[in-house]
Design a protein. Structure first.
Length: 202
């Protein structure tokens, strides 16, 4: 997994509550087990009409937001079915930070496994960002080390994050990487077990 670095980007506002995983990546695109190639189908039913034409009013279809790395939304982001393709699609599109008041638990956990930082803010803080970015093309710097969102107008918003999750993002540790940190202990256990219970290794 890639290490999470400081992210600087314009903020794309998706002013919706209850953005579910079927909205993020519709079921017809779940045939792959690869983490790449899904970004083109992110929010497919909101980005394209029934004939496959781009809907120009949708936020991620607007030119200034097509390379955004920060998405801000409302309550209960990532609800619905527990498809890991949802964070895969978000990451493949290039979004590295999501800001919302709350998340569905499974989606929230999956973000950290895909080098995405899901930031939880209070509604008042979200409203402040809405107000600021609605009047101008404000960008933001998200500094995970300092746990700060620094808007280009110098507004600073602090956020909380579990220390272990923070460490994993900063060091690029997913479940496999964390397991490999204990490689020496695992190998010692296997050698000892093979000596005591050789029939398990035949």
């Amino acid at each position: 997994m890639k290490k999470f670095n400081t992210v600087k980007s314009i903020i794309a506002p998706l002013q919706l509550d209850n953005v579910d995983t079927d909205m993020i990546i519709p079921k017809q695109f779940l045939k792959t087990i690869k983490r790449t190639g899904l970004g083109v189908n992110l929010f497919h039913e909101m980005r394209f009409d029934l004939n496959g034409n781009i809907i120009p009013d949708f936020i991620l279809n607007q030119e200034r937001y097509q390379k955004t790395e920060i998405l801000i939304s409302g309550d209960n982001f990532g609800c619905g079915s527990s498809r890991e393709h949802a964070p895969w699609a978000i990451a493949d599109f290039g979004i590295k930070v999501i800001i919302a008041t709350s998340y569905a638990d499974i989606f929230y956990n999956n973000c950290f496994k895909n080098s995405i930082l899901p930031i939880k803010l209070e509604k008042e803080q979200i409203s402040l960002i809405w107000d600021i970015i609605s009047t101008s093309n404000i960008s933001a710097t998200v500094n995970l080390d300092d746990q700060q969102i620094i808007l280009s107008d110098q507004t600073i918003i602090n956020f909380k994050i579990d220390a272990f999750r923070k460490k994993c993002l900063l060091e690029g540790l997913d479940d496999i990487s964390l397991t490999m940190l204990a490689k020496d202990k695992i190998e010692k256990f296997e050698i000892a077990q093979k000596a005591k219970q050789p029939w398990l290794h035949n």
